[in-house]
Design a protein around this ligand. Structure first.
Ligand code: PGA
Length: 258
């Protein structure tokens, strides 16, 4: 029996400000009766929606976070958003290293490490996404690739900061419209490896780091994924972008657990 489930969604480059607010208000209403001791719900809208979202949405019901950020506090970095800027708006949650950031924008493990350290330095919660590509999987190096993403992405972070970390395992080949849902046994074996790596790095504080699964999570597979012993929650794209569908999905997971 899990103490708490973590559910989150990254809205990617979808939804205008008004669409985002309609979505967030519906999700807030639909899920308002569910005890937050049983689950945490977080949503990552685009930068332009953050200000309204953080001011209008009850933080006890939905945590609002950014999809990425730069690691410096300020400077000559045109187009970037800094941790100081996010914190000044009240945003205390940031995702780092989503597979689209790594693949489309060529972000490196080392850069994700800078972001993670900057986020924790500013006392933000930082969700590090890790996952292998299809080629990595076919070469049989998935675990090595994920290990490197973790060791470099979390380099220099001390065990007393572990409580600010979340991990999302998202295999690149399972994400998005071209994604193929992963088999539960495969997910469990990678999550176990992630948890062992966390234990090695953070010792007893590793148990404060939730490890979420993401990649083509939908109503058909959510319960089987969420019930895997090493899975602490689900990180969902497409199947979470309509509030009523997301509400249905997370209720099915919670019901199956009770
Ligand atoms: P998906 O996206 O659920 O639409 O596959 C997951 C993600 O990119 O985080």
């Amino acid at each position: 029996m899990k103490k708490k489930y973590y559910f989150g969604s990254n809205l990617k480059m979808y939804k205008t400000v008004s669409e985002t607010m309609n979505y967030l208000h519906s999700l807030e209403d639909l899920t308002g009766d569910i005890s937050r001791e049983k689950m945490e719900l977080f949503i990552l809208p685009s930068f332009i929606s953050l200000d309204r979202a953080i001011n209008e949405i009850d933080p006890d019901l939905i945590r609002i976070g950014a999809q990425t950020m730069f690691w410096e506090d300020e400077g000559q970095y045109t187009g970037e958003i800094s941790p100081v800027m996010l914190c000044s708006m009240g945003i205390r949650f940031v995702m780092v290293g989503h597979s689209e950031r790594r693949n489309v924008f060529r972000e490196s493990n080392m850069e994700e490490g800078y972001r993670m350290r900057a986020a924790l330095h500013h006392k933000m919660t930082a969700l590090l996404c890790v996952g292998e590509s299809l080629v990595d999987k076919e070469k049989g190096i998935a675990k090595e690739v994920i290990m490197e993403q973790m060791k470099t992405g979390l380099f220099g972070i001390t065990p007393d900061n572990a409580a600010g970390i979340r991990i999302a395992y998202e295999p690149g080949w399972a994400i998005g419209t071209a994604g193929k849902p992963a088999e539960p046994f495969y997910i469990e074996s990678i999550h176990e490896m992630i948890k062992e790596t966390l234990l090695e790095m953070f010792h007893e504080t590793a148990e404060n780091v939730p490890v979420l699964y993401g990649g083509s999570v939908n109503l058909d597979n959510a319960v089987s994924y969420a019930q895997l012993p090493a899975v602490d929650g689900l990180f969902i794209g497409r199947s979470a972008w309509e509030a009523d569908k997301f509400n249905k999905l997370l209720r099915e997971v919670l019901l199956a657990e009770s």
